[in-house]
Design a protein around this ligand. Sequence first.
Ligand SMILES: Nc1ncnc2c1ncn2[C@@H]1O[C@H](COP(=O)(O)OP(=O)(O)OP(=O)(O)O)[C@@H](O)[C@H]1O
Ligand SMILES: [Mg+2]
Length: 368
Amino acid sequence: MSSVEPVGADIGINHISKTFSVSATKALIKAVNDISLHISRGEFVTLLGPSGCGKTTTLRIIAGFETADSGEVLVDGKPISNMLPNKRDLGMVFQDYALFPHMSVFDNVAYGLKQRKVPKKDIKDRVAEVLKLVGLEGFGNRSPSQLSGGQQQRVALARAIVIKPRVLLFDEPLSNLDAKLRVIMRNELRKLQQRLGITAIYVTHDQGEAMSMSDRIVVMSQGMILQVGTPQEIYRYPKERFVAQFIGKVNLFPGKVTRIHENKAHITILGVEFEVPCTNEAFQESSDVLAVVRPESFRMFPEDKTELKGQIKDRVYLGSVVEYTVAIREKDVVVMQYDPSELHEVSDEVSLTVPTGNIHLMPAIQGE
Ligand SMILES: Nc1ncnc2c1ncn2[C@@H]1O[C@H](COP(=O)(O)OP(=O)(O)OP(=O)(O)O)[C@@H](O)[C@H]1O
Ligand SMILES: [Mg+2]
């Protein structure tokens, strides 16, 4: 394809900070606090974190709509901090699509090309090609108001990629769509990004979106990066309480390492001793730890089968999964069972097992 060849750029973010001052209250808000990150050519990286953690600000600094107080952004190793947004070779797709309502789909997509003084004939070809790519062939004459939400979102995407950007920045682009369409669009978007080889930085607070689309996820909180890793690393091996709790449901058991040798640590959880894999060099005998166990890691039995025993306090039937709260030694343990063929009842006595490979140890901060 001539107009949209693989063109991903390599992005470096070095020690970026941004503080806003709110003049009315004289308050200072540290929106971004010393963030560093490297994103490889063609990679899909998601910034994930709660509202107000600095995702949009980070994206806007990369795009050039906001200036960092300190630090710099590099594209293929070259600083771009002094470059105007329209010179940065970046396409941006926003939550509200920001389509021009009075312009046809064609003119919306052609806008960036006209600005760049691309010849008329080329504009026609490139817009047609990109509309085909996003599945909107033949929609050029419609106005945005004659399109569904998903179609409008595709126009926004077409408008961003028609200028052949080397990087695509997405700020919650799917949050206005219904749940089913979001899933369809996220898969399409990911496939398109891979096909074009464009580097993508994606902002969301939807963990499902982040998990399913990303090569790597960057978990942010209060303007800082807490952890960077593949979706599996972030889910299975969170480094701290916030990351563990922000992504999916989780059980956290405080404990002390009683013995450690050959990458195996002994720890007592709910009165039962486990020997769990542990490669964290910082851990030693008597280290305080938090054991992370995902609810789906447990298996549950109606009979008195294992040492880990308790009573069902609550049951939530969700169709594909049943979520139980099991009281064990006065602690509420969340257990998910994906085969609901045999339902357990509230107040049933049950026993649990958990494969030791599914127990992950994190350092406990004092007081945890
Ligand atoms: N122009 C501004 N002036 C003052 N404060 C701002 C400005 N822009 C952002 N902030 C503040 O900076 C912090 C980070 O905002 P940002 O928009 O980056 O968060 P976010 O992670 O994108 O959140 P959300 O998920 O709600 O979109 C917030 O506390 C916000 O109120
Ligand atoms: Mg935002």
